[in-house]
Design a binder for this molecule. Sequence first.
Ligand SMILES: [Zn+2]
Length: 76
Amino acid sequence: MYHSIVKIGRAALAQGVELVPSSGQFLECPVCEVLPGQRCVNVPKHPLEDNVLHVERTELAEKALRGEIPFPIPLR
Ligand SMILES: [Zn+2]
């Protein structure tokens, strides 16, 4: 499951397709520290507003998919 998400994400990037905002969901959030697969929660100074995920989480996912940072090991 996890690897197929990565594959789909890479394929989307290769085609220049913008990743959907929920694409960061397979990572642990660096802001609110929810586990992979969970939606972000509001934390002080980092309101979610209308987003499902924190912007930082989505950026982290995009960097990982581009190979700029090592892929975080999914928690078990
Ligand atoms: Zn979050």
